[in-house]
Design a protein around this ligand. Structure first.
Ligand code: GLY
Length: 561
């Protein structure tokens, strides 16, 4: 399929900012803000802040609350990254990404002919990494929080025990996953009512999850990693073809990392380092773009989009070939972000006269979910958390009567050389499965500083689209002068090299822009909307905090005071 223009012209009859985002306004507040993709979780965060907790206390409470009210994506069965900017100027990253079980090896998903066993990396116990969320949240709380574990977990326990009202949005996802719930008695008992999915407005009570959370609140992470929770996960894993052992849980650890840092037009961009590719890839794209004349053109012009897409091309190539868990492989981060390297690539983009699309096209079949939330407290501490069970409802398995889904993060590894994973990524041997290794992630919780002040706190779900979504959001603010709500709601595009096609949200490009991009040699593919930025922007001039929830997550809310 060469030079196929898959997008129908009718998608481009309107220019997007005019019809989607011009009138969008963020929520404003003077003291603090919490933004998540579920209003009930945002409320939990605000209540903790009003009760005197700091941003870290609120982040831990929200992490547990989302595990209850956002069961597709919030979790205690997965892992992620917490980026913290402290009011004293220090920054840190808590890496609680899951780890491959000790018995894992690089051929574990291949058949005797060396071919990937279909579906094996995305559902079932073998697809799950050892979850890091509980130890990650607890480490953040004990090192940097001010409240007790019981205090910050109480709201989540209440929501699980007393139930929360299922939304229209929930019912749509529950309907899609009803066959998966039906296939397991313990999942059906929670997520189906007499065998049928819940209706909007009905109360979903999660007693098993409430009991699990109560045990963690009372006994701490040892209950999860050394006690009865680990025991039940291991028992279920072993009964269903998994390889998890008690040792995997006993040995699981989180670590604190130095954030990735780069500059973009005077702003400092702080994000997460490997084992997430998020920060490095974002910074590489920004470093390339900083050398390109974006400001000479309209942001929707084919020329600007060409510059941005080419920066995505080079940064994704480096992501897919150079990065992996730094405890196992060398990551040439300094080189990738050096002036010498990035200005060479920018020059190459300026010299590009013809785009020659590669033949390799793969169908989109991703259903990614992950969730992001952003918090700022009254003292100026800011927290950005992205955590995940990978697909919607993760590996689609709930161990025993624990009430939570395990992740399918093993799919983020290079499971079969030369083959794509669920995000259509072809990755290198640096990201091969090894015992105890963390799969390369794309999560990119990010904080932007203007001089010494927090300017933006943001992040998104979306697999590799996380990185381009964060990029476009911050370009929309810094370069295009949008408010934070417009910046989020404006239609997106994404390019990752393979497949060699620009994915385009409805109304992202005008008719003229699309035609010009096609004439340059690009292929475009229309896609339904993706990702969900939950962000905060602080305007130092009017001393106002602005929060914005992505319209693509109608249950979300920015709450401030
Ligand atoms: N599970 C998606 C990611 O970490 O990139």
């Amino acid at each position: 399929m060469k030079n196929t223009w898959i997008v129908s012209a009718s998608f481009f009859l309107f220019t997007p900012a005019a019809c989607v985002a011009d009138t969008a306004l963020p929520v404003s507040a003077k003291h603090a803000m919490v933004v998540t993709e579920k209003r009930a979780a945002s409320q939990v965060g605000i209540d903790i802040l009003k009760a005197g907790g700091n941003a870290i206390d609120a982040a831990v409470a929200v992490g547990y609350a989302l595990a209850v009210v956002n069961p597709c994506c919030g979790n205690i069965g997965g892992g992620g990254f917490m980026l913290v900017h402290f009011a004293n100027g220090k920054n840190t990253v808590i890496n609680f990404r899951g780890k491959a079980p000790l018995k894992a090896n690089k051929n574990m998903f291949l058949d005797t002919n060396g071919k990937l066993k279909p579906g094996s990396t995305t559902s079932g116990y073998l697809s799950a990494s050892i979850p890091g969320t509980v130890l990650g949240l607890d480490t953040a709380l004990s090192k940097y929080g001010s409240m007790s574990r019981k205090q910050v977990m109480a709201p989540a326990i209440k929501l699980a025990q007393q139930g929360y009202r299922v939304s229209d949005y929930d019912t749509e996802w529950f309907a899609i996953y009803t066959p998966a719930f039906r296939s397991q008695r313990n999942a059906a008992a929670i997520f189906l009512k007499k065998g049928k999915p819940y209706d909007s407005g009905e109360l979903l009570i999660q007693t098993d999850l409430a009991n699990t959370l109560k045990l963690i609140a009372e006994k701490g992470p040892d209950a999860f990693y050394k006690g009865s929770i680990a025991q039940q996960i291991v028992k279920s894993s072993q009964a269903h073809g998994g390889i998890m052992t008690r040792q995997d849980f006993a040995q699981y650890s989180v670590e604190e990392l130095t954030p990735i840092w780069c500059q973009y037009h005077g702003y400092s961009v702080i994000s997460v380092p490997p084992p997430s590719s998020g920060g490095v890839t974002l910074c590489e794209m920004l470093s390339l773009l900083q050398n390109l004349p974006l400001q000479d053109n309209n942001y929707q012009s084919a020329k600007n989009i060409h510059y941005i897409v080419e920066s995505m091309r080079y940064a994704f190539y480096d992501r897919n070939t150079q990065l992996g868990d730094p405890n196992f492989v060398n990551n040439p981060v300094k080189k990738l972000l050096s002036n010498q390297y990035t200005s060479q690539l920018s020059q190459r983009i300026l010299n590009t006269t013809e785009i020659k699309p590669e033949d390799l096209m793969v169908d989109i079949h991703e259903q990614t979910d992950t969730t992001h939330y952003s918090i700022i407290d009254t003292k100026g501490n800011a927290v950005a958390v992205t955590y995940t069970i990978n697909g919607f409802f993760g590996a689609n398995v709930i161990p025993d009567h624990l009430g939570f889904f395990l992740n399918d993060d093993m799919d983020d590894f290079t499971v079969s050389p030369g083959q794509t994973n669920k995000f259509n990524l072809i990755q290198s041997s640096k990201n091969h499965i090894e015992s105890g290794k963390r799969p390369l992630s794309s999560m990119a919780p990010t904080i932007i500083m203007n001089n010494k002040n927090v300017f933006m706190v943001l992040g998104s779900p979306g697999g590799p689209r996380i990185i381009t979504t964060v990029l476009l959001t911050l370009l929309n603010v810094i370069d295009n002068g949008m408010n934070i709500k417009q910046a989020i709601d404006t239609p997106r595009y994404h390019y990752q090299g393979i497949p060699d096609v620009i994915d385009v949200e409805p109304l992202a490009f005008s008719y003229l822009t699309a035609l010009n991009l096609k004439m340059m040699g690009y292929r475009l593919r229309s896609q339904p909307t993706w990702a969900a930025v939950e962000a905060i922007l602080i305007d130092q001039k009017d001393k106002t905090i602005y929060g914005a929830n992505d319209y693509r997550r109608p249950d979300g809310a920015a709450l401030g005071y």
